[in-house]
Design a protein around this ligand. Sequence first.
Ligand code: IPM
Ligand code: MG
Length: 357
Amino acid sequence: MKAKIVLLPGDGIGPEIVAQAQRVLEAVASRFGHEFEFSSHLIGGIAIDTCGDPLPDETVAACKESSAILLGAVGGPKWDDPSAKTRPEAGLLKIRKELGLFANLRPIRLFDQLIDASPLKREIIEGTDILFFRELTGGIYFGESGREGSGDTESAYQKMIYSVPEVQRIVRLAAKAARNRENRLTSVDKANVLEPSRLWRSVAAKVMADEFPDVEYDVVLVDSMAMHLINRPKDFDVVVTGNMFGDILTDEASMLPGSLGMLPSASLGDGGPGLYEPIHGSAPDIAGKGIANPLATILASAMLLRHSLGLGEEAELIETAVESVLADGHRTADLARGGASIGTEAMGDAVMKHLAN
Ligand code: IPM
Ligand code: MG
């Protein structure tokens, strides 16, 4: 198979971890006889510094022509000034919108070898395996915003809007995914307070009743969900929710397996290239030190192979390699809990060893 893969390393640790994932993809390509053509483009803070725009047109064009996109991370204190004209995060939001990536899949899965790194007790998290579907191109993130008045009486607003088709398409995807798992779907909203959540709830209920009567379905309010996630995480299979609730809940859930450094995510649209990235951010405090954990990005590259290129066997090979590396006892600093640790590149080397034929 031939595929064009766009790399968007971005800021902070982004370039270091994407480099390791690229090595892994190259190893898989050579083992299975695929041809991957890589090109690297600017996004985020580095794009602001280079051309004054967190998402240059050239990057969008390259992404649109690609089979799939692998992103590192964007942002950092350097670009945090609230009065700045633009921010690195704007680049990420814009690429999601430009490519119509409305479905953000965030699998929360445990690695047996790391269970003791979780802040929760083993008996609470053991058996947890949740797949979040976060709506990614609508809701409050993209609602009209503005400011009114000035000085002591100034106010600011941002609208939360969801339409019927926006809810239908994400619920459908999540319900389909549930059928291939434990056949259970939970929709999370704030229908006791928010109008868009009431629309969300009724549309979701209808989709489920009409099209997925076989899928076990329930509804949870977002504040309760925050609680359930640390109290009984293993009760959930697939979870579908709106953009902002999904942002918050997936950061919370990402702590269950012990380190943010292990979790990949996929953003998918209706056909077209998907975008794959680690859930963690740019970690500016450790950028350039060569100690970042590349495994989330390496696992994101496995998702890329599976979802955008249909290469399931290759994806599994990478996932198994990551498990083996952990079983061998290799840990980057975030996983080591004060014990011995290895750096980013050494972790890449360890994965590569398990990919060689
Ligand atoms: C995420 C991030 C982004 C978001 C930021 C960086 C814009 O937190 O992907 O979860 O809020 O969507
Ligand atoms: Mg987030």
